[in-house]
Design a protein around this ligand. Structure first.
Ligand SMILES: NC(=O)c1ccc[n+]([C@@H]2O[C@H](COP(=O)([O-])OP(=O)(O)OC[C@H]3O[C@@H](n4cnc5c(N)ncnc54)[C@H](OP(=O)(O)O)[C@@H]3O)[C@@H](O)[C@H]2O)c1
Length: 278
């Protein structure tokens, strides 16, 4: 299953998350994911795993042009010059001559966001990146960026799961043709909440699926990319078995009621960037 980006490239609807996957774990996870059908890997300079992810891609049986690779520019990058340098370093780390999607990891000042984004646009012109976008951008960050952007961002990667459904942001992004990508799609360190949720368990039982599979399928049916992370082979497989069932409108409605605006990651307007180095 794929979605179409405004850059005209297709993006696989499920991508392997790799935050906190490092060293040999990251290499093995990527290789295993590609062997069971994943075609999309989500990385970031801040995850310190670009080299291992690149090695996992090269060691897989899957040709590079069939894999969608995302990375993110760190908060330490404040100027266009540094952004251009970091893009070149990412290309070298992955061992590839183009990246499918590069995101600004977190917003900062409007001026800094615009300068970094302009460098990303130039990298698109140079054929180094196919699509560009942002992450953790609230509506006001996007409104400001769009005033100067030559290329509309293709995606905004945000925390999104059954307890933080981002309905208003999704409507805004739909209006601008920007795809929403869900990070922490299974509630990350609070995945226990998903595993034990009675509604998700009941819906899962009706389809012979696990609560995590239901929570991921629910994102896909909303037109949102899901980025489940795991380094455990059986879970990597489980999180990709999402294409042989469909949630009914009634089931989608029941899951909508689980929204409680519960945030596990910092609210982008309230981040102390002195501490957040990603
Ligand atoms: N843009 C951003 O600022 C940002 C922020 C956070 C995350 N992300 C991206 O989004 C991805 C996903 O977010 P996340 O890693 O925080 O959270 P997540 O994918 O919601 O949850 C990952 C956790 O759930 C466990 N798990 C995975 N599948 C499971 C299953 N089927 N059953 C039980 N447990 C399972 C994993 O353990 P094991 O690995 O031990 O199996 C890991 O502890 C990240 O990896 C990263 O690529 C982006």
């Amino acid at each position: 299953m794929e979605f179409k980006l405004n850059s005209d490239y297709a993006i696989p609807a499920v991508g392997l998350g790799t935050w906190q996957s490092t060293g040999e774990d990251a290499h093995r996870a990527v290789k295993h994911a590609l062997s069971v059908g994943y075609r999309h890997i989500d990385s970031a300079v801040g995850y310190s795993n670009e080299k291992e992810v690149g090695r996992g891609i090269r060691d897989s049986e899957v040709p590079r042009d069939q894999i969608f690779v995302t990375t993110k520019i760190t908060n330490a990058v404040l100027t266009g010059e540094d952004a251009a340098k970091q893009i070149d370093e990412s290309l070298a780390n992955f061992g590839t001559d183009y990246l499918d999607l590069v995101l600004i990891h977190w917003p900062w000042t409007y001026e800094r966001n615009a300068a970094v984004y302009a460098a990303m646009e130039k990298a698109v012109d140079a054929g180094k990146i196919r699509s560009i976008g942002v992450s953790n951008f609230n509506i006001h960050h996007l409104d400001a960026l769009l005033e100067d952007a030559r290329i509309t961002p293709a995606a905004n990667q945000m925390e999104c799961h059954v307890s933080l459904q981002n309905t208003r942001l999704k409507e805004y992004l739909d209006g601008k043709g920007i795809l929403l990508e869900a990070y922490a799609p299974m509630k990350s360190r609070k995945i226990g909440d998903v595993l034990e949720d009675e509604t998700l368990k009941e819906i899962g039982a009706a389809h012979g699926k696990t609560p995590t599979q239901v929570s991921l399928r629910w994102l896909l049916q909303r037109g949102i990319v899901a980025l489940p992370k795991s380094v455990t082979p059986s879970r990597i497989e489980e999180n990709f078995q999402l294409f042989d069932f469909e949630l009914s409108d009634e089931e989608m409605r029941k899951i909508r009621k689980l929204n409680k605006a519960e945030r596990l990651f910092p609210e982008p307007d309230n981040v102390d960037f002195g501490f957040l180095k990603l």
